[in-house]
Design a protein around this ligand. Structure first.
Ligand code: IVH
Length: 685
């Protein structure tokens, strides 16, 4: 029953507990008990009472936390105690060398104890409590400045909002936000069910780590809550008050008593040999946990010794992360199939009995080309070893020969294209085998898919499935055909309604205004990727000038040269290309280049920054535009001259490897945002 209007404190209390109960039902349990509008009314009443009686506002009031975006979402948070990284050890020799360095620094006194804990594969977070109330959650960022994600961490059930009375006046607790494997699987299961219900293709999350990281950077806290994240604490930041603590394990015990989730596999050992045994044990039991870890962290347990050892610019000297080797699993190779790429390349791939390895379920893995299959001699029916490390694409390492059946025979590359039936061709000396039939439906589809892709003409609502249907029904023969598509016939196709046809028509119409650089990239001209497309457009200013350009003029364009110029001019000189461009011109596509926006600070003047994978806050074009607008370039591949490789979800494995080999810093989206702003790389990268 509502309290008398003259007793706001009591009504505020009542409202708080009601709102909190419904918020939990909605955000955490996914079982709302009242309509949204009723919930909003309760929250509005509470808000009004608090505004009228500001002395009643508390940091843990639902008005200050649950639901909707917080005003402060993603604003910068300075870490008074920096959030450091860890140095890595890749084998026991590295671990031994670290131990020697520690002992040397401690002038020969052996370390009495090491704390050994798992290196959780998630996202580092710092939680700040004032007088026992959670007031802020921040990401690590570059270690000194992170992002405010308070509204999101508040939806994580593991994270206490309020601590017992004994808590210090200021307490920063650091740890890892991660996603349990069971939550990850349930989330994907929900995606499958939702897709079934809506008749769309299921959009599955790739791995728990990226999903957890992406979830924390959601503007809408409801989305974060829906993802069921978890938390383990492993470190303190700034602390004012509180008990004297002597060791890391003692700290964790105390944090556990304050209500923080502490991983129960952390233990202290009194010799480096015992630490090694513990690491081996974790490695052997890697699959027995409901969460992923990519290493084991070894810490000098005594806090006094930690202080003595201190830190270098990147990481503390008192800890080391022992990285576990790439994960390998065995499974059955059900078949070897050949896929035809959009440009006709025939790539063999392994069809596997699905296996969970390196954080994802792997059902297929590329076998690259004919020579690779021969070198590995993998055969359908074999038990094979599958490996996956970090975000790298899965790989079939080789067969388990002892399991091979006696009647198995080497696999042979098919002679004809599985799509059009025409012969496959392998040029002498080349690694690749190709379908060379220009009319092969896969290639026709491939050209249209590429043309309509996000980085090219960005035609929404078209999609691979529709392209496939239109091509196979003869409604579409090439990219120019999009602009004369018969929408009356499309409307007759199953699944199309007035609305969806209208959406598609508008999307195709909108694409006519895409910049000339996009169109050049969209046409799949040899050697013309996204960057060269923009460069070509900027250098010549219009399609007609490009059509008239000589090899010499094209070769003179910055970064082009004779080989590219020959290929480009060769393509433009064919009647088929000229005819296609003419049809596109008649259709009304943009044939003139636009001026580049240089209104931003030129923080990346002359620098090149490569972007790979999906970023949360930028489209692929958006990221490039942001770089170009700051005076930089964004080529499609990494070289020694690259300033940084920015990686989002599912980055290209070859780019990552190349960056690592060339010593090019790899930064995440947070680092990228800072880089755009300041031109500086995050500390430690
Ligand atoms: S301690 C000052 N302990 O690893 C030392 N970090 O590579 C701070 N991590 O950013 C880190 N599990 O996100 C520590 N048990 C653990 C960890 C852990 C995972 C992550 C953390 C950190 C990264 C450093």
């Amino acid at each position: 029953m509502p309290a008398a209007p003259d007793d706001p404190a009591q009504r505020v209390d009542e409202l708080r507990s009601t709102v909190a109960r419904h918020a939990r039902a909605y955000y955490e349990l996914d079982t709302p008990e009242i309509p949204d509008a009723d919930y909003d009314r309760l929250l509005a009443e509470l808000d009004e009472l608090e505004r009228a009686n500001p002395e009643l506002i508390t940091a843990d009031s639902p008005t200050q936390r649950v639901g909707g975006p917080a005003d402060t979402a993603f604003s910068p948070v300075a870490h008074v105690v920096p959030m450091m990284s860890l140095h890595n050890a890749f084998d026991l020799a590295d671990l031994g060398a670290w131990n020697d360095r520690v002992e040397r620094r401690l002038e020969g006194q052996p370390v009495p104890e090491f704390a050994v804990e798992l290196k959780f594969d998630g996202l580092a977070i710092s939680l700040r409590y004032e007088d026992g109330i959670l007031v802020q959650g921040a990401t690590r960022g570059d270690g000194r400045v992170g992002e405010d994600v308070t509204h999101n961490v508040r939806t994580i059930a593991d994270i206490p909002h309020q601590l017992p009375a004994a808590a210090p006046s200021v307490l920063e607790v650091r740890g890892e936000v991660y996603m349990k494997l069971s939550s990850f699987e349930a989330l994907n299961q929900r995606q499958v069910e939702m897709a079934k219900a809506t008749g769309k293709e299921a959009k599955l999350y790739v791995n728990p780590r990226n999903t957890a990281a992406g979830s924390l950077r959601q503007i809408d806290a409801g989305v974060t809550a829906d993802r069921e994240l978890s938390f383990f604490c492993y470190q303190l930041g700034l602390v004012e008050g509180g008990p004297e603590l002597a060791s890391h394990t003692e700290t964790l015990d105390w944090l556990g008593r304050l209500g923080f989730p502490v991983n129960d596999h952390t233990k202290a050992f009194d010799s480096i040999e015992a630490v090694e045994e513990r690491i081996r044990d974790f490695e052997a039991r890697r699959h027995d946990f409901d969460y992923e870890f990519d290493g084991v962290v070894v810490k000098v347990n005594r806090l006094r010794l930690q202080n003595e050892l201190g830190a270098d610019a990147k990481a503390p000297r008192w800890a080391i992360a022992f990285k576990l080797p790439p994960e390998e699993r065995t499974t059955t190779l059900l078949d070897i199939e050949v896929s035809i790429g959009p440009s006709g390349q025939a790539t063999p791939f392994a069809v596997l009995e699905p296996v969970f390895v390196g954080g994802v379920t792997v059902g297929t893995a590329t076998l690259h080309n004919q020579d690779q299959v021969a070198a590995k001699d993998v055969r359908p029916g074999d038990t094979v070893i599958v490996r996956r490390a970090g975000d790298v694409i899965p790989e079939v390492v080789g067969p388990v020969l002892s399991d091979r059946s006696a009647d198995s025979v080497p696999w042979e590359f098919p002679a004809s294209c599985p799509v059009c039936g025409e012969p496959l061709v392998r040029d002498e000396g080349a690694a690749a085998t190709n379908c060379v039939n220009f009319r092969c439906p896969r290639q026709v589809r491939g050209r249209i898919e590429h043309f309509s892709g996000r980085a090219a003409m960005d035609i929404e609502f078209l999609g691979e499935k529709n392209i496939d249907r239109f091509v196979s029904l003869g409604l579409l023969e090439d990219v120019a055909g999009l602009y004369t598509l018969d929408f009356d016939l499309v409307l007759e196709l199953e699944g199309f309604k007035e609305k969806s046809v209208d959406n598609l028509r508008k999307a195709i119409e909108t694409s006519k205004a895409r910049p000339l650089g996009n169109l050049l990239f969209a046409l799949r001209i040899p050697e013309i990727g996204q960057v060269n497309g923009q460069t070509l457009a900027a250098a010549f200013g219009s399609m007609s000038r490009i059509l008239d350009a000589t090899v010499e003029e094209i070769a003179a364009v910055d970064g082009f040269g004779a080989v590219i110029a020959e290929a480009v001019q060769g393509w433009f000189s064919t009647p088929a290309a000229r005819d296609l461009i003419e049809r596109l011109r008649v259709a009304g596509l943009t044939m003139e280049a636009a001026e580049i926006d240089r209104s931003e600070n030129q923080t990346l003047e002359g620098k090149s920054v490569v972007v790979s994978g999906t970023l949360e806050g930028f489209t692929r074009d958006g990221a490039k535009d942001a770089i170009v607008a700051r005076g930089g370039k964004s080529p499609g591949s990494v070289s020694k001259k690259t300033l940084a490789l920015v990686i989002g979800a599912e980055p290209g494995a070859s780019k990552v490897t190349k960056a690592e080999d060339a010593g090019v810093p790899i930064i995440d989206e947070e680092g990228f945002v800072a880089l755009l702003d300041t031109g500086e790389l995050p500390n430690g990268s």
